[in-house]
Design a protein around this ligand. Structure first.
Ligand SMILES: [Mg+2]
Length: 412
C-alpha cells in the first residue's frame, strides 16, 4: 500500500532536544561547556542529561554517585517543573503562531496539523520547520527537532532520526526509502519484546514492517498493530488532538528489563516514572488527587496500593513523597520484582501549567502536611485497581483509536 500523493496529509512532530537539561542551560549560562544532569527528587538518580553528559556514558536512572565518577566536571541540578512548565509554555506559544491545530503531547513535544499551512505562509514545509526551530532557539533558548510527514507515527520517527536541532521532511513518495534504514525498535510502540517477536518473521526494519502482509500484522499485533501499519504506510489513523478530553488516569509503567530485589533499582525506576508522570500532568495542566503505585513480581503477579493526596496536585515533591511511602509499604526484602508503575487518578484541570502562586502559598500554610490515606494494600486488589484504572480510560471512547501513545510499556 502506497499513498497516491506526497502530501494528502501533513503532520509535524516538534520535539525539544534534551529538554530538562536544555532548560537548565538557559538559566545557567555560567554552565556553558559543562555537561548537565538533572536529578530525581531528593537528588538520588539522574533523570535527564545533556548530550555531552550522555556522551560520557551517563544513563538515565544512574545513581548520582556513579554519574559523578564518570563526569566529575558535570553540573548536577535538582528538577524544577514549575520552570520547565514555563519554558514549555513559551515553546508552544511559538508553535501556535504558525497553526492553531497543535496537540500538546508531552511537556516538550507536540504535533502540528500542517494542512493548508504552506499557502497561508507562502512557504514550503522545510522552510516553515526551519523558521520554527530558529524562532524557538532565539526566543526560548532551547533547540528542537522537527519531523514532517503524512502521519503522526512517521513525523515522530522523522524528528527522532535527526537530533538535535534538525528538520526532516518525508513526503509520501519518500517514505519507503526512509523506513528502510530505521530499525523496527525505533518505531513508536515497538518495544524490545515485540521487536524480537517480529524478528522471527524477518521483520527487522520499519520498512519491513510497513511492507509486511496486512493479515500477518493483524495476527501478530492485533488492532493497534494494524493501526501502526497504516500509519507507517502514510495512511493517517491518529488525528492531531487539539483538545484531548481529560484522561481518567495518567500512567507510567515499565518492566525493569531484569528481575531484581535491589530496593534502590526499584526506587530508581519509580523515580523515573514519577518524573515522566509529572511532566505529563504539567504539560496538559492536570492535577491528580490519587496516586497508585504497583510492583510486578517475578511471577507476573502484582502488588499495589493507592494513596489519596489531601488536595489535587502536580507537585513533584508531594507525588514523590507519596510514591516513596508506597514503596516502603510494598517492598519486601529478598523478593524478586520485574516491573513497576505509577498511576495518577481523579484527574482535574488546573488553571496554570503548575500550581499557581496562591496554591503554593496555601501549600506552605499547610506546613507540608501530607495526609496520605492508604486505600488498598492487597496483592490481588492491587492488580485489580491498576487494571481497572487503565480499562476505564480505554473504555472512554469506544470505537475510536486510543490516544497516540508510545512506547507501549507493560509491567510484564
Ligand atoms: Mg524531547
Amino acid at each position: 500500500m502506497r499513498p497516491a500523493t506526497n502530501w494528502h496529509n501533513a503532520i509535524a512532530h516538534i520535539d525539544a532536544d534534551g529538554f530538562y537539561a536544555g532548560c537548565e542551560a538557559v538559566r545557567h549560562p555560567e554552565l556553558k561547556g559543562r555537561p548537565i544532569c538533572v536529578l530525581s527528587n531528593q537528588n538520588a538518580f539522574v533523570v535527564a542529561k545533556s548530550y555531552d553528559a550522555k556522551a560520557l556514558g551517563i544513563t538515565t536512572a544512574m545513581s548520582v554517585w556513579d554519574a559523578k565518577r564518570l563526569a566529575p566536571n558535570a553540573a548536577f541540578l535538582s528538577p524544577d517543573f514549575r520552570y520547565y512548565g514555563q519554558i514549555s509554555g513559551k515553546m508552544f506559544s511559538i508553535l501556535r503562531r504558525y497553526s492553531p491545530d497543535i496537540e500538546v503531547y508531552s511537556i516538550d513535544e507536540g504535533f502540528m496539523d500542517m494542512n493548508g499551512i504552506r499557502s497561508l505562509w507562502h512557504k514550503g514545509y522545510r522552510q516553515i520547520a526551519d523558521e520554527i526551530r530558529e524562532c524557538v532557539k532565539r526566543e526560548v533558548g532551547i533547540t528542537v527537532s522537527i519531523g514532517i510527514s503524512n502521519t503522526k507515527t512517521l513525523a515522530k520517527i522523522a524528528s527522532e532520526s535527526n537530533k538535535p536541532d534538525g528538520t526532516t521532511v518525508i513526503p509520501g513518495k519518500r517514505i519507503e526509502r526512509f523506513l528502510a534504514d530505521i530499525p523496527v525498535q525505533a518505531v513508536p510502540g515497538i518495544g524490545y519484546k515485540r521487536a524480537s517477536m517480529l524478528g522471527k518473521f524477518r521483520i527487522r526494519t520499519a520498512g519491513d514492517l510497513a511492507a509486511a502482509d496486512e493479515g500477518l500484522i493483524r495476527r501478530l499485533m492485533g488492532k493497534h498493530g494494524l493501526a501502526l501499519w497504516y500509519e507507517l504506510n502514510g495512511q493517517p489513523v491518529q488525528r492531531v488532538e487539539v483538545n484531548p478530553p481529560n484522561p481518567k488516569s495518567v500512567a507510567r509503567t515499565s518492566s525493569m528489563g531484569e528481575v531484581t530485589s535491589v530496593r534502590t533499582t526499584i526506587a530508581a525506576y519509580l523515580a523515573r516514572h514519577v518524573m515522566r508522570l509529572i511532566s505529563d500532568l504539567v504539560a496538559r495542566r492536570l492535577l491528580a488527587r490519587r496516586i497508585g503505585v504497583f510492583l510486578t513480581y517475578k511471577s507476573f503477579e502484582t502488588t499495589g496500593m493507592e494513596i489519596r493526596l489531601d488536595h489535587p496536585t502536580n507537585s513533584l515533591k508531594r507525588i514523590s513523597k507519596a510514591v516513596m511511602l508506597a514503596l516502603d509499604r510494598l517492598y519486601q526484602e529478598g523478593v524478586l520484582y520485574r516491573g513497576s508503575g505509577v498511576i495518577a487518578t481523579h484527574i482535574s484541570q488546573s488553571e496554570t501549567a503548575t500550581e499557581d502562586l496562591f496554591g503554593l502559598m496555601h501549600e506552605d500554610l499547610r506546613q507540608e502536611k501530607l495526609m496520605l490515606t492508604v486505600n488498598e494494600i492487597n496483592q490481588k486488589h492491587g492488580n485489580h485497581m491498576i487494571t481497572s484504572a487503565m480499562a476505564s480510560t480505554a473504555k472512554k471512547n469506544p470505537g475510536r483509536p486510543p490516544r497516540f501513545q508510545y512506547p507501549v510499556h507493560t509491567a510484564g
